[in-house]
Design a binder for this molecule. Structure first.
Ligand SMILES: [Zn+2]
Length: 331
Protein backbone atom coordinates (compact mmCIF):
# COMPACT_ATOMS: atom_id res chain seq x y z
CA UNK A 1 0.00 0.00 0.00
CA UNK A 2 1.16 3.47 -0.74
CA UNK A 3 2.70 5.30 2.15
CA UNK A 4 1.64 8.85 2.95
CA UNK A 5 3.40 11.36 5.16
CA UNK A 6 0.81 12.93 7.40
CA UNK A 7 1.56 16.14 9.28
CA UNK A 8 -0.21 15.95 12.66
CA UNK A 9 1.02 19.31 13.95
CA UNK A 10 -2.50 20.77 13.84
CA UNK A 11 -4.41 17.65 14.88
CA UNK A 12 -7.13 18.16 17.45
CA UNK A 13 -6.26 17.03 20.97
CA UNK A 14 -7.96 14.23 22.89
CA UNK A 15 -10.58 16.58 24.34
CA UNK A 16 -11.19 18.54 21.16
CA UNK A 17 -13.79 17.85 18.48
CA UNK A 18 -16.50 15.21 18.51
CA UNK A 19 -16.09 12.00 20.53
CA UNK A 20 -18.82 10.24 18.51
CA UNK A 21 -17.69 7.25 16.42
CA UNK A 22 -18.79 7.08 12.79
CA UNK A 23 -20.23 4.32 10.67
CA UNK A 24 -17.95 3.42 7.76
CA UNK A 25 -20.13 4.45 4.82
CA UNK A 26 -18.61 7.43 3.02
CA UNK A 27 -15.38 9.28 2.35
CA UNK A 28 -16.41 12.89 1.63
CA UNK A 29 -14.46 15.18 -0.70
CA UNK A 30 -14.42 18.97 -0.24
CA UNK A 31 -12.40 21.97 -1.28
CA UNK A 32 -11.51 24.78 1.06
CA UNK A 33 -12.59 27.75 -1.13
CA UNK A 34 -9.29 29.51 -0.39
CA UNK A 35 -5.60 29.07 -1.10
CA UNK A 36 -3.27 27.02 1.11
CA UNK A 37 -3.53 23.85 3.18
CA UNK A 38 -1.56 24.58 6.35
CA UNK A 39 -3.46 27.81 7.00
CA UNK A 40 -6.77 25.97 6.65
CA UNK A 41 -5.64 23.23 9.04
CA UNK A 42 -4.56 25.87 11.55
CA UNK A 43 -7.91 27.62 11.18
CA UNK A 44 -9.81 24.39 11.85
CA UNK A 45 -7.59 23.65 14.85
CA UNK A 46 -8.10 27.08 16.39
CA UNK A 47 -11.77 27.59 15.56
CA UNK A 48 -13.43 24.16 15.58
CA UNK A 49 -15.56 24.91 18.64
CA UNK A 50 -16.77 28.35 17.60
CA UNK A 51 -17.33 27.63 13.90
CA UNK A 52 -18.48 24.02 14.47
CA UNK A 53 -16.55 23.14 11.32
CA UNK A 54 -13.55 20.88 10.70
CA UNK A 55 -12.62 17.72 8.80
CA UNK A 56 -10.06 14.94 9.25
CA UNK A 57 -7.58 16.03 6.57
CA UNK A 58 -6.58 19.08 4.53
CA UNK A 59 -4.46 18.40 1.44
CA UNK A 60 -2.51 20.98 -0.54
CA UNK A 61 0.69 23.07 -0.55
CA UNK A 62 2.19 20.67 -3.10
CA UNK A 63 0.74 17.36 -1.99
CA UNK A 64 1.05 17.80 1.77
CA UNK A 65 -1.47 16.14 4.11
CA UNK A 66 -2.46 17.83 7.36
CA UNK A 67 -4.54 15.93 9.88
CA UNK A 68 -7.10 17.79 12.01
CA UNK A 69 -9.86 15.38 13.18
CA UNK A 70 -9.37 11.68 13.99
CA UNK A 71 -10.26 8.87 11.61
CA UNK A 72 -13.48 7.12 12.56
CA UNK A 73 -14.75 9.99 14.71
CA UNK A 74 -17.39 12.46 13.57
CA UNK A 75 -16.09 15.61 11.89
CA UNK A 76 -18.28 18.58 11.15
CA UNK A 77 -18.10 19.08 7.42
CA UNK A 78 -21.31 18.00 5.70
CA UNK A 79 -24.33 17.84 8.00
CA UNK A 80 -25.28 15.40 10.74
CA UNK A 81 -26.19 12.31 8.66
CA UNK A 82 -23.15 12.50 6.40
CA UNK A 83 -20.87 13.36 9.32
CA UNK A 84 -22.10 10.37 11.32
CA UNK A 85 -21.41 8.00 8.43
CA UNK A 86 -18.04 9.28 7.25
CA UNK A 87 -14.89 8.04 9.00
CA UNK A 88 -12.87 10.44 6.83
CA UNK A 89 -13.63 13.79 5.17
CA UNK A 90 -10.95 15.48 3.09
CA UNK A 91 -10.54 19.10 2.04
CA UNK A 92 -8.49 19.97 -1.05
CA UNK A 93 -6.90 23.38 -0.62
CA UNK A 94 -6.79 25.76 -3.55
CA UNK A 95 -3.68 26.93 -5.37
CA UNK A 96 -2.98 29.12 -8.37
CA UNK A 97 0.13 27.18 -9.38
CA UNK A 98 -0.26 24.34 -11.86
CA UNK A 99 2.63 22.19 -10.63
CA UNK A 100 1.41 22.55 -7.05
CA UNK A 101 -2.09 21.61 -8.14
CA UNK A 102 -0.91 18.47 -9.90
CA UNK A 103 0.74 17.23 -6.72
CA UNK A 104 -2.27 18.25 -4.62
CA UNK A 105 -4.77 16.53 -6.91
CA UNK A 106 -2.76 13.33 -7.16
CA UNK A 107 -2.44 13.12 -3.37
CA UNK A 108 -6.10 14.06 -2.87
CA UNK A 109 -7.28 11.24 -5.16
CA UNK A 110 -4.84 8.59 -4.01
CA UNK A 111 -5.29 9.38 -0.32
CA UNK A 112 -9.09 9.23 -0.64
CA UNK A 113 -8.70 5.81 -2.28
CA UNK A 114 -6.31 4.68 0.46
CA UNK A 115 -8.70 5.72 3.22
CA UNK A 116 -11.65 4.14 1.44
CA UNK A 117 -9.82 0.82 1.20
CA UNK A 118 -8.81 1.10 4.85
CA UNK A 119 -12.45 1.44 5.89
CA UNK A 120 -13.90 -1.14 3.50
CA UNK A 121 -15.52 1.52 1.32
CA UNK A 122 -15.61 1.06 -2.48
CA UNK A 123 -13.78 3.54 -4.73
CA UNK A 124 -16.92 4.63 -6.54
CA UNK A 125 -17.71 8.33 -6.83
CA UNK A 126 -21.21 9.68 -6.22
CA UNK A 127 -23.07 6.48 -7.05
CA UNK A 128 -26.21 5.17 -5.36
CA UNK A 129 -28.13 6.79 -2.56
CA UNK A 130 -27.73 7.63 1.10
CA UNK A 131 -27.51 3.96 2.12
CA UNK A 132 -24.85 3.06 -0.46
CA UNK A 133 -21.21 3.10 0.55
CA UNK A 134 -18.70 5.01 -1.53
CA UNK A 135 -16.62 8.12 -1.99
CA UNK A 136 -18.91 11.14 -2.26
CA UNK A 137 -18.47 14.79 -3.15
CA UNK A 138 -19.97 17.39 -0.86
CA UNK A 139 -22.20 18.30 -3.82
CA UNK A 140 -23.58 14.75 -3.88
CA UNK A 141 -24.33 15.09 -0.15
CA UNK A 142 -26.23 18.32 -0.89
CA UNK A 143 -28.23 16.59 -3.64
CA UNK A 144 -28.94 13.34 -1.83
CA UNK A 145 -28.95 14.10 1.88
CA UNK A 146 -28.73 17.69 3.07
CA UNK A 147 -27.09 21.01 2.35
CA UNK A 148 -26.32 23.44 -0.45
CA UNK A 149 -22.56 23.18 -1.02
CA UNK A 150 -21.37 22.33 -4.54
CA UNK A 151 -17.70 21.51 -3.87
CA UNK A 152 -15.22 20.30 -4.94
CA UNK A 153 -15.86 19.85 -8.71
CA UNK A 154 -18.24 22.67 -9.64
CA UNK A 155 -16.62 25.20 -7.31
CA UNK A 156 -12.94 24.56 -8.07
CA UNK A 157 -11.74 21.47 -9.96
CA UNK A 158 -13.70 22.21 -13.13
CA UNK A 159 -13.72 26.01 -13.35
CA UNK A 160 -10.07 26.35 -12.31
CA UNK A 161 -8.44 23.23 -13.78
CA UNK A 162 -10.94 21.71 -16.19
CA UNK A 163 -11.38 18.48 -14.24
CA UNK A 164 -14.88 17.18 -14.78
CA UNK A 165 -17.00 14.97 -12.57
CA UNK A 166 -16.29 12.10 -14.99
CA UNK A 167 -12.54 12.64 -14.77
CA UNK A 168 -12.62 12.70 -10.98
CA UNK A 169 -14.77 9.55 -10.91
CA UNK A 170 -12.31 7.80 -13.22
CA UNK A 171 -9.33 8.84 -11.13
CA UNK A 172 -11.08 7.78 -7.90
CA UNK A 173 -11.77 4.39 -9.45
CA UNK A 174 -8.28 3.75 -10.82
CA UNK A 175 -5.87 6.02 -8.96
CA UNK A 176 -3.18 8.28 -10.33
CA UNK A 177 0.39 7.20 -10.87
CA UNK A 178 2.96 9.98 -10.77
CA UNK A 179 1.42 12.82 -12.71
CA UNK A 180 3.95 15.34 -11.42
CA UNK A 181 5.19 17.02 -14.55
CA UNK A 182 2.52 15.26 -16.58
CA UNK A 183 -0.75 16.57 -17.86
CA UNK A 184 -3.20 18.12 -15.45
CA UNK A 185 -5.35 15.47 -13.91
CA UNK A 186 -3.76 12.78 -16.03
CA UNK A 187 -4.34 9.32 -14.72
CA UNK A 188 -3.55 5.72 -15.23
CA UNK A 189 -5.89 3.64 -17.32
CA UNK A 190 -5.60 0.34 -15.50
CA UNK A 191 -6.65 -0.57 -11.98
CA UNK A 192 -3.75 -0.06 -9.57
CA UNK A 193 -5.20 -2.10 -6.74
CA UNK A 194 -5.77 -5.69 -7.79
CA UNK A 195 -7.44 -7.85 -5.16
CA UNK A 196 -4.27 -9.94 -4.81
CA UNK A 197 -3.43 -8.39 -1.47
CA UNK A 198 -6.88 -7.80 -0.04
CA UNK A 199 -7.97 -9.81 2.97
CA UNK A 200 -11.42 -9.75 4.56
CA UNK A 201 -12.12 -10.01 8.28
CA UNK A 202 -14.07 -13.18 9.07
CA UNK A 203 -15.16 -15.21 12.09
CA UNK A 204 -14.22 -12.50 14.56
CA UNK A 205 -16.36 -11.51 17.53
CA UNK A 206 -19.27 -9.19 16.72
CA UNK A 207 -17.37 -6.38 18.45
CA UNK A 208 -14.58 -6.70 15.88
CA UNK A 209 -11.01 -8.03 16.11
CA UNK A 210 -8.02 -6.24 17.55
CA UNK A 211 -5.22 -4.82 15.44
CA UNK A 212 -1.70 -5.42 16.80
CA UNK A 213 1.49 -3.44 16.50
CA UNK A 214 4.84 -4.98 15.62
CA UNK A 215 5.75 -5.19 19.33
CA UNK A 216 2.83 -7.56 19.87
CA UNK A 217 0.61 -5.05 21.64
CA UNK A 218 -3.08 -4.44 20.91
CA UNK A 219 -3.79 -1.13 19.16
CA UNK A 220 -6.36 0.47 21.49
CA UNK A 221 -9.83 0.84 20.02
CA UNK A 222 -8.86 -0.89 16.77
CA UNK A 223 -11.58 -3.54 17.07
CA UNK A 224 -14.26 -1.06 16.02
CA UNK A 225 -12.43 -0.74 12.69
CA UNK A 226 -11.72 -4.42 11.96
CA UNK A 227 -15.25 -5.77 11.87
CA UNK A 228 -16.42 -8.91 10.10
CA UNK A 229 -16.84 -8.36 6.38
CA UNK A 230 -14.48 -5.38 6.15
CA UNK A 231 -11.71 -5.74 3.55
CA UNK A 232 -8.13 -4.52 3.90
CA UNK A 233 -5.17 -4.04 1.65
CA UNK A 234 -2.23 -5.95 3.12
CA UNK A 235 1.36 -4.87 2.58
CA UNK A 236 2.82 -8.16 3.78
CA UNK A 237 2.88 -10.82 6.48
CA UNK A 238 4.71 -10.76 9.79
CA UNK A 239 4.88 -13.21 12.67
CA UNK A 240 3.62 -11.51 15.82
CA UNK A 241 3.12 -13.37 19.09
CA UNK A 242 3.81 -16.56 17.15
CA UNK A 243 1.00 -16.03 14.65
CA UNK A 244 0.99 -14.83 11.02
CA UNK A 245 -0.58 -11.40 10.68
CA UNK A 246 -1.33 -9.11 7.74
CA UNK A 247 0.06 -5.59 7.67
CA UNK A 248 -2.92 -3.28 7.11
CA UNK A 249 -1.46 0.07 8.24
CA UNK A 250 1.96 1.53 9.02
CA UNK A 251 2.38 -0.40 12.26
CA UNK A 252 -0.86 -2.32 12.49
CA UNK A 253 -1.48 -6.00 11.82
CA UNK A 254 -4.48 -8.33 11.90
CA UNK A 255 -4.26 -12.08 12.60
CA UNK A 256 -4.61 -14.36 9.59
CA UNK A 257 -6.85 -16.65 11.62
CA UNK A 258 -9.54 -13.96 11.64
CA UNK A 259 -9.60 -13.45 7.87
CA UNK A 260 -10.93 -15.21 4.80
CA UNK A 261 -7.47 -16.84 4.58
CA UNK A 262 -7.84 -18.63 7.93
CA UNK A 263 -6.55 -22.17 7.69
CA UNK A 264 -5.69 -21.80 4.02
CA UNK A 265 -3.35 -20.00 1.69
CA UNK A 266 -4.15 -18.68 -1.78
CA UNK A 267 -1.22 -18.58 -4.19
CA UNK A 268 -0.39 -15.09 -5.49
CA UNK A 269 2.16 -15.69 -8.24
CA UNK A 270 1.17 -15.34 -11.89
CA UNK A 271 3.54 -18.10 -13.08
CA UNK A 272 2.99 -20.31 -10.05
CA UNK A 273 5.52 -20.73 -7.26
CA UNK A 274 7.85 -23.52 -6.16
CA UNK A 275 7.58 -25.10 -2.73
CA UNK A 276 10.57 -25.52 -0.41
CA UNK A 277 11.45 -28.30 1.96
CA UNK A 278 12.14 -27.68 5.63
CA UNK A 279 15.83 -27.14 4.93
CA UNK A 280 15.14 -24.33 2.49
CA UNK A 281 15.75 -26.31 -0.70
CA UNK A 282 13.37 -25.61 -3.59
CA UNK A 283 11.39 -28.59 -4.89
CA UNK A 284 11.58 -28.32 -8.68
CA UNK A 285 8.43 -28.68 -10.72
CA UNK A 286 6.11 -27.76 -7.85
CA UNK A 287 5.31 -24.45 -9.50
CA UNK A 288 3.02 -26.44 -11.81
CA UNK A 289 1.05 -27.52 -8.75
CA UNK A 290 1.01 -24.26 -6.83
CA UNK A 291 -0.59 -22.17 -9.57
CA UNK A 292 -1.87 -18.61 -9.33
CA UNK A 293 -4.98 -18.29 -7.14
CA UNK A 294 -5.04 -21.98 -6.21
CA UNK A 295 -6.01 -22.56 -2.58
CA UNK A 296 -4.29 -24.93 -0.14
CA UNK A 297 -5.00 -25.98 3.39
CA UNK A 298 -2.37 -24.65 5.74
CA UNK A 299 -2.68 -24.49 9.53
CA UNK A 300 -2.14 -20.98 10.87
CA UNK A 301 0.15 -22.50 13.48
CA UNK A 302 2.20 -24.23 10.77
CA UNK A 303 4.37 -21.27 10.01
CA UNK A 304 8.08 -21.81 9.55
CA UNK A 305 10.87 -19.28 9.18
CA UNK A 306 13.66 -20.54 6.93
CA UNK A 307 16.65 -18.28 6.36
CA UNK A 308 14.61 -15.28 7.53
CA UNK A 309 11.70 -15.90 5.13
CA UNK A 310 8.23 -16.82 6.39
CA UNK A 311 6.75 -20.01 4.91
CA UNK A 312 3.34 -21.66 5.22
CA UNK A 313 3.17 -25.45 5.45
CA UNK A 314 1.18 -27.19 2.71
CA UNK A 315 2.39 -30.80 3.10
CA UNK A 316 4.53 -32.82 5.51
CA UNK A 317 7.76 -31.35 4.22
CA UNK A 318 6.57 -28.71 1.76
CA UNK A 319 6.36 -25.00 2.41
CA UNK A 320 5.26 -21.96 0.37
CA UNK A 321 6.82 -18.53 0.86
CA UNK A 322 4.27 -16.22 2.54
CA UNK A 323 5.24 -13.46 0.12
CA UNK A 324 3.67 -15.44 -2.74
CA UNK A 325 0.28 -15.80 -1.04
CA UNK A 326 -2.71 -13.44 -1.02
CA UNK A 327 -1.91 -10.64 1.42
CA UNK A 328 1.79 -11.44 1.27
CA UNK A 329 2.71 -8.32 -0.63
CA UNK A 330 3.57 -9.71 -4.09
CA UNK A 331 2.13 -7.39 -6.75
ZN1 LIG B 1 -17.55 20.99 1.36
Amino acid sequence: MAQFNINTQYALGANEGSSQRTNNMFIILHETTNVGAANNAIYFKNNWSTTQTYVQYVIGDGGKIYQVGSDGYVAWGAGSYANANSPVQIELARTNDKATFQKDYETFVNFARYKAQQFGIPCTLDTGGKYDKGIKTHYWVSQNIWGSHIDPVQSYLYPKWGITQEQLAHDIAYGINGTSGGSTGGSSTKPSTPARNVVTVKNGPSTGIAGWNSKGEIVAGSNTTFVNGSSWQSAGIKIINGLPMYKVATDEYIPKKYTDQAGIITINAIKGIVAYDGNGNSISGTERTFTDFSKWQSPDSGVKVINGTIYFQVATNEYISAFYTIGGGNK
